[in-house]
Write a protein that binds this ligand. Structure first.
Ligand SMILES: NC(=O)c1ccc[n+]([C@@H]2O[C@H](COP(=O)([O-])OP(=O)(O)OC[C@H]3O[C@@H](n4cnc5c(N)ncnc54)[C@H](OP(=O)(O)O)[C@@H]3O)[C@@H](O)[C@H]2O)c1
Length: 325
């Protein structure tokens, strides 16, 4: 498996596994044994980088609660030393609303809770899930230094950060990577590339398939079950499919030219763009885990991905969940 280095020395598989969907955001949580089996299969295929969060909590069909961190920790326990586990603090859900809380005492409690649910002694990468507007970056970074000193975390990162916050935080405690949304439909954070290069910070790309839309596996009129966030995402509306026709055609054509799938083209495009980008697509299906991982074998030349960007720059697209809404 090809690997990438985030920041100074966090070596991870070039494609990581986003574990959120096993319990959260895509309808009723999976059967836990099946989810654990998928995670183990992913590790056998070569994934060494697994992404979870304190707030990826689901409600099973029988009304009981399931914690993503518990599921991930249990599945990976036999191979703990061979994998990197990333989790996140600082956010909880109230309905569809995200509530931020990065008060230092909240973080200290959060890490202990995460370590317990994961069943590990330390977390490899600990992200602030969202910036808390009332807590300064320097204060959060100070707590991260403390957690590193205590051996509870090895590295830290920030999700959905901007340049100013990142610089302030990095000055106090070096940031290993950011985790921001990034896909062919959400390219706004390309503006951070210069600062990431200046400070040697990696970019973990979340929702790299635009929540599955860029796989071309869905059709206009698709319906989703209760609790599946895709039912209200703009890219999945009838208007969204109309607006994104040209994008899907581009993906299909590229996939045909490269003997690949649209999902692989979407991931290969960002992998070829910068050596410090690591996408973390999520899937509950073993065949798709393998398909996504194999995106590392698809090479796009400089001129090929420049031509793709040129087309994307000038293409009409719908809004995508999380941006332009
Ligand atoms: N930091 C943050 O705020 C944040 C926010 C969102 C997500 N994340 C992280 O990023 C990870 C991935 O993001 P995401 O789930 O939002 O979006 P994504 O990876 O862009 O899309 C996931 C969706 O695509 C489908 N899919 C994946 N591979 C496929 C393939 N090859 N063919 C067809 N369908 C495929 C999956 O369905 P199936 O399961 O049915 O295959 C799932 O519904 C999450 O698991 C989470 O760890 C972080």
């Amino acid at each position: 498996m090809r690997t990438r280095v985030l920041g100074k020395d966090l070596e991870v598989s070039a494609v990581g596994l986003g574990c959120m969907g096993f319990t959260h955001a895509y309808g009723t949580p999976c059967d836990e044994n099946e989810a654990a089996q998928s995670i183990i299969s992913a590790a056998e295929m070569g994934y060494t980088f697994f992404d979870t969060a304190e707030c990826y909590i689901g409600t099973r069909a029988d009304g009981t609660t399931t914690y993503n961190e518990e599921l991930v920790g249990k599945a990976l326990a036999p191979i703990r030393g061979k994998v990197k586990i990333a989790t996140k603090f600082g956010v909880h859900h109230e309905g569809r609303q995200l509530v931020m809380d990065s008060h230092p005492d909240t973080i200290r409690k959060a890490i202990d809770g995460s370590l317990k649910r994961l069943g590990v002694e330390y977390v490899d990468l600990y992200y602030q899930h969202r910036i808390d507007p009332v807590i300064p970056a320097e204060e959060v970074a100070g707590v991260m230094s403390e957690l590193i000193r205590k051996g509870k975390i090895k590295h830290w990162g920030i999700s959905e950060t901007d340049e100013e916050y990142l610089r302030k935080a990095h000055a106090v405690c070096p940031v290993t990577c950011i985790q921001n949304r990034y896909s062919m439909m959400a390219r706004g954070y390309e503006q951070l590339f210069p600062v990431l290069e200046e400070l040697n910070i990696g970019y973990v790309a979340f929702s790299p398939l635009a929540n599955g839309f860029l796989t071309d596996a869905f059709k206009k009129g698709e319906t989703f079950t209760d609790g599946d966030y895709r039912s209200f995402m703009p890219q999945y509306t009838d208007d969204g499919y109309e607006a994104n026709r040209e994008l899907l055609t581009l993906l299909r054509n590229l996939a045909q030219d490269k003997n690949a799938t649209p999902a692989q083209i979407s991931l290969a495009w960002m992998l070829c763009k910068k050596p410090y980008i690591v996408p973390i697509p999520g899937s509950r299906k073993t065949a798709r885990l393998e398909e996504n991982l194999k995106a590392v074998d698809i090479l796009l030349t400089d001129s090929e991905f420049k031509a793709i960007d040129e087309k994307l720059n000038n293409m009409k697209m719908s809004a995508v969940f999380g941006v332009n809404q």
